[in-house]
Each structure stands twice: as C-alpha cells, then as structure tokens.
Design a binder for this molecule. Structure first.
Ligand code: HEM
Ligand SMILES: *[C@@H]1O[C@H](CO)[C@@H](O)[C@H](O)[C@H]1NC(C)=O
Ligand SMILES: *[C@@H]1O[C@H](CO)[C@@H](O)[C@H](O)[C@H]1NC(C)=O
Ligand SMILES: *[C@@H]1O[C@H](CO)[C@@H](O)[C@H](O)[C@H]1NC(C)=O
Ligand SMILES: *[C@@H]1O[C@H](CO)[C@@H](O)[C@H](O)[C@H]1NC(C)=O
Length: 350
C-alpha cells in the first residue's frame, strides 16, 4: 500500500482540479474543525491501559529512554516533536475516504512518511531509533500488544522527565496504529511563518484552542530550528533586514549561527537554557527573543500575551502543559479494534 501512496503526489496534483476531489478535501477540513471541544471527551483511552497485558511496559520505556537521553541531550526535543507531528499530521484526501482524518497513530514512524524524514537537517535523527529500541524490548516482554503510537507518546514523556526524574505529564494509552502515511500530509502542520491567526487555526483544526496553543508552544523551551526556519526574520536576500519583533541583540545572536539567508546550520529555540524544560520560553517571547516568527506571534494577540505572561510561572506552565498534552494525545486516535498493533513501527502490517 505504501508504494501506491508514495506516487500519490503526482497523481494528487493531476486530480486536484476534479470537483469531487476538492469537495472531499473541503468536507474533510470542515469535519475536522467541527470537532473543536471533543477532546474533553475521552475517546477510549485509559491510564494504565496495559496494566494486565504488559505490566513491564512503563519500566521498559523509561529505562530505554533515559539511557538514550543520558548520552544524547538532543533527544527529548526530537521525541517531543515527533509525538506532536504524529498527532497533527492529517490526511485530507479523497484517495482514502475511510481514513479522512488521522491523529496520534504512529503513521509518522512509517518508512514512507516522507514528511519528517525529509525535514530539516538531522532534526529527527535519533527519535526513530529510540522508538525502535523500545519496541524491540517491548515485543520481547509482551508480543503484539502495545501500539507504536502509545510507545511514542510515552517516550516523549519519559525523555522530558529525565531532567526531573519524575513525569511532568501523564499519558493515556490504548491508541492503535494507523496504516496510512502520505507524503503530502504535512500541510496540516502549523507553519512558523503563518502568523497568529494561522497557527491558531491550525490548532483549532485539531480541536485545540488558544490555551493549548500557548501552553504547547512552550515545548520550544528545548531543541533547535534549522537556520531556514529563522533566516527570513533576519535577511531579505543578501541584505540584513531584521524582523521588528526581534530584539537587536537576539537577532545578532541568531546571526552568529545563521550568518546569511542560505546558511545551513541550526539555532537553539531557547537561547538561554536550550536543554532545560523550564518556563524561560515565555520570558523569551515577552523579551522579543522568541526564535520563530510563530513564537513572537504569541505576544501580538492580547489574550495570548496575557497567557504567555501567566506561564512564565513554571508551576503554571507545567500544569498547563500537562493538561494540553493530554488533549493533544487524544487527537483522532484509533481505539478498540480500529487500526493495528505493529510489530515494527516503520512497517504497515508488520
Ligand atoms: C505553534 C505552532 C508550532 C509551530 C509553528 C512550530 C514550528 C516549529 C519549527 C519550524 C521548528 C524547527 C524545525 C526546523 O527548523 O526544521 C520546531 C521545532 C520544535 N518543535 Fe515546534 N512548532 C509548533 C508547535 C510545537 C508543539 C505543540 C510542540 C510539542 C508539543 C513542538 C515541539 C517542538 C520541538 C521540541 C522542536 C525542536 C526539535 C528538535 O530540536 O529536534 N512544537 N517547531
Ligand atoms: C547530521 O547528519 C550528517 C549526515 O547524515 C552527519 O554527518 C552529521 O554528523 C549529523 N550531525 C549531527 C549533529 O547529528
Ligand atoms: C480551552 O479548553 C480548555 C478545556 O479543554 C478550557 O479549560 C480552556 O478555558 C479553553 N480555552 C479557551 C481560550 O477557550
Ligand atoms: C547574494 O550573494 C551571492 C554570493 O555573493 C550571489 O551569488 C547572489 O546573486 C546574491 N543574491 C542576491 C539576491 O543579490
Ligand atoms: C553563508 O554562510 C555559510 C556559513 O554558515 C557559508 O558557508 C556560506 O558560504 C555563506 N554563503 C554566502 C552566499 O555567503
């Protein structure tokens, strides 16, 4: 099936003018934005879903994840972002009418998921291998029981918890793995250049609201961005042209890592404490030191800016992040007998 969809881009472009195609895609987007609010209703997940079927799951995931994070401090950001992308990437295409919508279903892990694997330089490298390593051990302990989607959600939590030696948020489990991955899916990811209304809309399309947008953006307190995600805020062609929403001093810092419009490197998303999962992201945003245009945009809307101010308090940030991660983890999950439990997270039907 993967091979068939892989050629989907060319086919998609040719068919894009057909009225039924357009209608199906529009319908899909309407349906998905109409779901706002539904994430408060549990879609069939549970804490300790695998308590009986895989009692050693928690300790396996934590142990493997912590061991890997201990030797690679970039991993928490990668795994957290991978989980986010898994939940946000959405299929809206008439080719697969029965899989209109897709959420946290591990489809991002499939080998034909061009999306993540062709993203910025090395940004995702590391995340996939950790999931594979966990899955191998879990399959030995409890074969055919635990979904890749759940392992990804748990690994993201545990990677961040390494710093605290305690979980910042609880993960509901019981997700099943979805079999569809399209190269063209990533259009539903929020663009860092979209502006406030654009990113808010992208969250609304997944049933998440302004509170969730501000809380989850705090994930940018760790990790890196490619220069290409930042240089449009610094240069116009070969000329230096700094985004007025960026402090002059911080623009200089960014330019030391990304000296021109086509520089290949990366910058830290949190210039101060790039490996600490703290609330400094919000202080940065208020101080015109938000790295992405989408970070800076949060200070441009009065209601969002008030929330940003509130979340500079770490206790409030952790509570808000925890609540919104739970909602994000429910986005269009497959439960019950839908989807599959994959043995190899990269292969459909394995
Ligand atoms: C508000 C909308 C968001 C936008 C526009 C956005 C955009 C981006 C961009 C452009 C990058 C850098 C990627 C690159 O340059 O290749 C990035 C990195 C990252 N994002 Fe977001 N993101 C958003 C929300 C989130 C959310 C909700 C999470 C998780 C809960 C998240 C977690 C991360 C992490 C951890 C990184 C660093 C990855 C690494 O270091 O490997 N982001 N994001
Ligand atoms: C990024 O990938 C390239 C080639 O795949 C590799 O040579 C380089 O060491 C990697 N860098 C990091 C920071 O992982
Ligand atoms: C977003 O939803 C949560 C519940 O899921 C609610 O507590 C919060 O007030 C909502 N925020 C906004 C801005 O509507
Ligand atoms: C920018 O500089 C490079 C190298 O100096 C040159 O090749 C390119 O044409 C310049 N681009 C513009 C838009 O001026
Ligand atoms: C841009 O910066 C990189 C270093 O990050 C350098 O290797 C490259 O030659 C520069 N390109 C131009 C056109 O100046």
């Amino acid at each position: 099936m993967g091979a068939r969809w892989r050629g989907g881009d060319a086919g998609g472009a040719a068919a894009a003018t057909a009225w039924w195609w357009v209608a199906a895609v529009v319908l899909c987007h309407l349906l998905s934005s109409a779901r706002a609010g539904l994430l408060e209703t549990n879609p069939g997940l549970a804490y300790n879903f695998y308590q009986k079927s895989c009692p050693s799951l928690d300790s396996i995931v934590r142990q493997v994840t912590w061991a890997q994070v201990a030797s690679n401090p970039a991993l928490p950001a990668r795994l957290l972002r991978l989980h986010f992308h898994d939940c946000f990437v959405q299929t809206c295409t008439a080719l697969v009418p029965f899989f209109f919508v897709q959420g946290c279903d591990a489809s991002i892990l499939l080998d034909n998921a061009q999306s993540e694997k062709t993203a910025g330089p090395n940004l995702s490298v590391g995340g996939y291998e950790v999931i594979d390593a966990i899955k191998t051990q879990v399959e030995q302990a409890c074969p055919g029981v635990v979904s890749c989607a759940d392992i990804l959600a748990m690994a993201a939590r545990d990677a961040v918890s390494y710093q605290f030696k305690a979980s910042l948020w609880q993960v509901e489990t019981g997700r099943r793995d979805g079999p569809v991955s399209l190269a063209s899916n990533t259009g539903t990811l929020p663009s860092p250049f979209a502006g406030f209304n654009g990113i808010l809309q992208s969250f609304a399309n997944r049933g998440l609201n302004l509170t969730d947008l501000v809380a989850l953006s705090g994930a940018h307190t760790i990790g890196v961005a490619s220069c290409s995600s930042v240089t449009p805020r610094l240069f116009n062609g070969n000329a230096t042209q700094v985004d007025p929403l960026l402090s002059a001093a911080y623009a200089k810092t960014l330019m030391s890592s990304c000296p021109n419009a086509t520089a290949p490197g990366t910058v830290n998303l949190d210039g101060g404490t790039p490996f600490k999962f703290d609330s400094s992201y919000y202080t940065n945003v208020l101080n015109k030191q938000g790295t992405l245009a989408s970070d800076a945009a949060l200070a441009q809307n009065a209601a969002a800016a008030q929330m940003v101010q509130d979340l500079t308090n770490p206790i409030k940030f952790y509570a808000a992040f925890s609540m919104s991660m739970k909602k994000m983890g429910r986005v269009d999950v497959l439960t019950g007998t839908k989807g599959e439990i994959r043995k190899q997270c990269r292969k459909v039907g394995s």
